[in-house]
Design a protein around this ligand. Structure first.
Ligand SMILES: Nc1ncnc2c1ncn2[C@@H]1O[C@H](COP(=O)(O)OP(=O)(O)OP(=O)(O)O)[C@@H](O)[C@H]1O
Length: 331
């Protein structure tokens, strides 16, 4: 079981906010999340639920002057991320933790060839001559099933398709020796077929390297197909977590059920596409009780109080923050 493996990322009771004119955006509120060695963990939720902030904070990539931590800690590979020096974070990101973003064009310099960019990154991480680094770049591209690696190395980013650019970035993510790769909506900009190829390659590479992956997505279909465990986030809180198969076959939170009902596959299978009515709450003034209650068709008076995360009796690895579900004890 994942819980007995070594944790590579541990987020404990994390609450943080962005000061803004006239108040603060409470982007994360009591988030608990962990990723163990070698597992693929999905973080899913609608836009604005706090997925990107969680991943950027975990990597130490949010400028400290932009936010305030109210409580909690983040431990990434034994590093206390919220208190680590910038040089510690830079070293960690270079070697043992990598991040892949949605739009590879912003991560790649448009004015330089792929080869020169890859060689530079590889040489920052390893003591190699230019030609050895170029050979290594070609090898890494080969691992991403790029047959004509030398040709790709000669190209500029704009000369490659979106899927090919993303493969280059995944290859680079594995050029160190990452214990964890955080991928934030890595394939949202790609069409479905290419998306599947790229995610399949990411999973294959991660397995070969023994690396864990935290996959941020708004798509339950991606969660179903590629992850071992899942965290469902809503309005800066984790509302449900557990093994992917268990959570998707027996979703306990009304929000998780709504996300599943909104899956486009259901619409093409004949059922209507159920967009979730209403919108995410304004995080400058979040609801005191269950944040989903204002949109929840099943809401009861008790939902005016905030529900704690509780593990389910039937499945101890499955936890939910909902008063309407019989829980066992606080998770
Ligand atoms: N620098 C910032 N200043 C103020 N508010 C911010 C800042 N960055 C993020 N937020 C707010 O924090 C909340 C969480 O944002 P986040 O980007 O993590 O959501 P998300 O779930 O990743 O959504 P998306 O899929 O659109 O990226 C949102 O309300 C967002 O507006």
């Amino acid at each position: 079981m994942a819980q007995h493996k070594v944790a590579v990322l541990e987020i404990e009771d994390l609450s943080m906010e962005f000061p803004v004119y006239g108040g603060a955006v409470r982007a994360l509120d009591g988030v608990n999340l962990n990723v163990a060695q070698g597992e693929m963990v999905g973080v899913v939720g609608e836009s604005g639920c706090g997925k990107s902030v969680t991943s950027l904070l975990a990597m130490g990539l949010l400028p400290r002057q932009d936010y305030r931590v109210r409580s909690g800690r983040i431990t990434l590979l034994d590093t206390d991320v919220l208190n680590a020096s910038e040089s510690t974070l830079v070293t960690m990101r270079g070697q043992r933790a990598a991040m892949i973003f949605q739009e590879p064009l912003t991560a790649l310099n448009p004015t330089r060839r792929i080869g020169s960019q890859m060689i530079e990154v590889i040489r920052r991480r390893r003591l190699l001559s230019r030609s050895a680094a170029r050979t290594e770049a070609a090898r890494l591209l080969g691992e991403m099933r790029i047959a004509d690696a030398d040709e790709v190395l000669r190209r500029y980013p704009f000369e490659l398709s979106g899927g090919m650019r993303q493969r280059v970035l995944i290859a680079l993510a594995f050029s160190g020796d990452p214990a964890i790769v955080i991928a934030d909506e890595p394939t949202t900009a790609l069409d479905v077929t290419v998306q599947r190829q790229v995610l399949g390659l990411l999973r294959e590479r991660a397995r070969q390297a023994g690396a864990a992956v935290m996959l941020i997505t708004h798509d339950m279909g991606v969660v179903a197909q590629y992850t071992d465990r899942v965290y469902v986030m809503y309005a800066g809180r984790v509302v449900e977590s557990g093994g992917t198969r268990e959570v998707l076959s027996s979703p306990a939170h009304p929000y998780t059920r709504a996300l599943l009902a909104a899956l486009p596959e259901r619409a093409t299978a004949g059922a209507p596409l159920d967009a979730i009515p209403g919108s995410v709450p304004d995080l400058r003034d979040p609801p005191a009780g269950c944040a989903y209650a204002p949109r929840c068709a099943e809401a009861q008076p008790v939902c005016a109080r905030r529900p704690p995360m509780r593990v389910l009796e039937r499945a101890p690895s499955h936890a939910v923050a909902c008063w309407l579900v019989d829980g066992q004890e606080e998770a």
